[in-house]
Structures are given as C-alpha cells and as structure tokens.
Design a protein around this ligand. Structure first.
Ligand SMILES: C[S@@+](CC[C@H](N)C(=O)[O-])C[C@H]1O[C@@H](n2cnc3c(N)ncnc32)[C@H](O)[C@@H]1O
Length: 412
C-alpha cells in the first residue's frame, strides 16, 4: 500500500501543504469531487512546477483513499475541523517517513504511536484498505473473501495513465514519436491495440498532440469495450449511454468515420462535451440525441446493427480513479442503479435489428451488476430474443487496469 512508499528526504512546503488541507476540506466536508477539487487547486499558483503539482494531486488523492485508516489513527471524526485535517496530514507524512517541520500544526505529533496504530489496524481489511463496512461486506458477499481482498487492495493503487490513439488522425508509432518530442515517454500494451501507457505521469492535456486530437485518455479496460462490439464502417451504431463519449469516439475510429453513429444520453450537458471532443477528434459521423422521452428510442426500434449499453453502475471497478466514491456511494444507490440496469437492457435492446449485436458493459466488479443482470435479462420476454455470445470479467488485481465487465449478445 501507498503508506509504505516511504519518502524520508521529502521536504514539506507550506503553501503546498495549505493547498492540500484546503482540498481535503472541500472533499471531506463539502462533498466535492476529488478530481474537480484537484483541478482547481492546481490553478492556484502559476509558479508551481510539475513536482509541486504532483505533490498536491498525489497527496490529496492518497489521503482521500486512506481517509478511514488515517482518521482512525489520528483519532478524529468527520466533519473535520481544520486542526483535524492537519492531524490526518501528520499521519500521512509520518507513515511516509517524512520529517515533520516545526510548524504549530505538528507540535505533539505522536510518531511512534502512529506507527503502532498503523500496524494494528493494517490487520483489519476495512481499515487497511479504508472502506466503509457495508462496501467491505458487499465485496465479500459478491466476490468471496480471497478475491475481494486482492481486488480492493489493487483498487487503492494509483492508476497508470493510458492513452487511446485516434486512428482517424494518426497511428500508435507516430503518436509515440510526437509525444517523445514533447518529453513524454510511452510504451505499447500487449492485447490493447490502440493503447499507449505513460512511463511517468505527465499532464498530457497541454500537449500539441492532444490539441490536434491524436489521442484521448482512456483506461486500457475501457478500450476493450468498443472492440467487443465488432463494428464495421458503414453500420448504424447506437451508443445509448454515451455520456461525454469516451467510447463513442473509439467507435467512430473503428468505423473509420463511415456509417451512422447515434450517441444518446439522458443528460444534454454530457453530450455537449462529446460535441467538443468529436470536433477535436475529427469525427464527422456522430448524431447526438437526448433521451427526454421514450420517443427517440421507439423511433430506432429494430434499426441498429450494433448497440452499446455502457450502463450507469456503482463504479466499483474504477475506485483507483475515483477514490472519493468509497465515501459517496450509498447502498440504496446500488439497489436503484441495478433496477436502472434492468430497465435500460429491457428498453434499449429493442433498438437492435434481427441479426444485430449489442454489448452491455459496466465499470463495476460486482457480479450482481454484471453477469447476473445479463442472465436475468435473458429470461425476460425481450431478452429471449437474444443469445449470449461471450462475456469478459476484468478484475483490476488480475489485469492491472480498471475493473470492467462486458457481454456481447446477438439478436436472433
Ligand atoms: C458509464 S457512464 C457512460 C460513460 C461513457 N459511455 C464513456 O465511455 O465515457 C453511464 C451513462 O449513462 C447515462 N445514463 C444514466 N441513466 C440513463 C438512462 N436511463 N438512459 C440513458 N443513459 C443513462 C449517464 O448519464 C452516464 O453518462
């Protein structure tokens, strides 16, 4: 785990630590999203170099990841007073072996006691991995003790940055060279035909290659979804939970910009983001439709060669990217989202034409959101028209990438 990543030579800088404390306050006490908070924090001081920015981002993320463990060791309870946040920070720094400066926030920090408590609590998974009791129980129930223990440990690791090359504009080798010219080293990933992995973290969004639409940032597991749908140029393809279009853009590349790609979502704001991304990617064949009634769906009944249902889910496969989800998720949300998953399968699958195919995917590792949903769907009246061709369950601890599920179904 991260806490054993000791950095004894690191010096703490006051303004960076203040930024971390402010960020933790916003995430823990104001319920803001960690990624948004970090984005804002990094704009705070233009003089910060990449190391400073890295410190702020990584420290906030790590403390959010290990909130329960650190708060327990620091003996503080939410909502956290500013002094409590400093105590949590001191726990993080002590466990990393960082020498605490003589600032007033750190007087009387009991370093030996902190290490002792850490050793004790590390024997208990819900503290060690810093998860609410109910998520721990759910994980064990769904995946079994052994598998869950490994999976949740991996879900606490920092995720690699993976790019997907936009083959409408370039190829992997040229992208690699172009990034190299901007001091960003990458490597290819076996079994992921469009992926490049960054050897070291870097802000890729400021590169010319990104501005020119040569790549998108997309995890390696997520990149397998569009491939799974087996699209061909010229087809009519519907991406019905398109969001901001990570997978829509990939589908457009695989379709070589030929054919019709309909991106739908219940939120217009998300589709607007897709519009901007599509322009940068040089994608011309996307039509966007907001689902504001059953009408746009019914109009497409029996029309699609391919359908992607990238369903809303618990996100329990992507905690590495969204560590705050551990604290934001609620059991009722998961129960409700499972109902939505059945509904979207039932309603949207009607868009697939006879002989057409559909992929149901989630970024969750829970069988109850994945294979069990597909099995349940296959027993319904609509589902009986489909056969399951294949499915893939990706666990982060086995793959090294996000936890994902995808099932390919064919309409008879
Ligand atoms: C997993 S996210 C999609 C991510 C996106 N496909 C991507 O690759 O970037 C699920 C999406 O489903 C949308 N959604 C939620 N309920 C929906 C519904 N009933 N019908 C259609 N879309 C829905 C959400 O707004 C969200 O954008």
């Amino acid at each position: 785990m991260n806490t054993q990543n000791r950095r004894p030579n690191m010096r703490l800088h006051r303004n960076l630590c203040f930024a971390v404390i402010d960020g933790l306050h916003l995430v823990f006490n104001e319920g803001e999203y960690a990624d948004k908070v970090i984005q804002q924090l990094l704009k705070r001081d233009k003089r910060w170099g990449s190391r400073d920015r890295g410190f702020v981002a990584e420290t906030v993320y790590t403390i959010v990841r290990y909130q329960r463990l650190y708060a327990e060791i620091a003996n503080v309870k939410a909502p956290y007073h500013r002094d409590d946040l400093w105590r949590i920070f001191a726990v993080w720094a002590t466990l990393k072996g960082i020498k605490l400066p003589d600032w007033k926030y750190f007087t009387d920090t009991p370093s030996r006691k902190i290490k002792g408590r850490f050793d004790e609590l590390s024997k208990i998974r819900k503290y060690k991995e810093s998860i609410p009791d109910w998520i721990d129980e759910l994980g064990v129930k769904e995946l079994g003790e052994a598998e869950w223990t490994k999976e949740i440990a991996m879900q606490n690791e920092q995720a690699d940055v993976i790019l997907r090359v936009n083959t409408l504009k370039t190829n992997k080798a040229d992208l690699q060279l172009k990034l190299q010219s901007e001091d960003i080293e990458t490597e290819f990933l076996p079994n992921h035909p469009s992926a490049l992995k960054l050897k070291e973290r870097a802000n890729v969004f400021v590169t010319q290659a990104f501005k020119d639409g040569w790549f998108e940032v997309q995890d390696a597991s997520s990149q397998l979804v569009a491939d799974y749908l087996d699209v061909k140029p010229g087809m009519k393809v519907v991406d019905v939970c398109a969001g901001a279009g990570g997978k829509t853009l990939h589908l457009a590349s695989l379709m070589e910009n030929k054919g019709q790609l309909i991106a739908m979502d219940i939120y217009e704001s998300k589709l607007r983001k897709l519009k901007v991304r599509a322009r940068r990617n040089g994608v011309h064949n996307i039509e966007m439709k907001v689902i504001d009634s059953t009408k746009p769906i019914k109009k497409l009944h029996g029309k699609a060669d391919r359908l992607l249902i990238d369903a809303p889910c618990s996100g329990l496969g992507v905690l590495r990217r969204n560590p705050d989800a551990k604290w934001k998720l609620q059991p009722e949300f998961i129960e409700n989202i499972k109902k939505t998953q059945q509904e979207v399968l039932e309603q949207y699958s009607k868009m697939v034409k006879s002989g057409g195919k559909m992929v149901y995917a989630t970024c969750s590792v829970l069988p109850s959101e994945n294979q069990e949903q597909v099995q349940k769907f296959l027993t319904t009246e609509t589902g009986q028209e489909f056969t399951l061709v294949k499915d893939k369950k990706i666990l982060a601890y086995k793959s090294g990438f996000d936890g994902f599920y995808m099932a390919l179904l064919e309409k008879k």
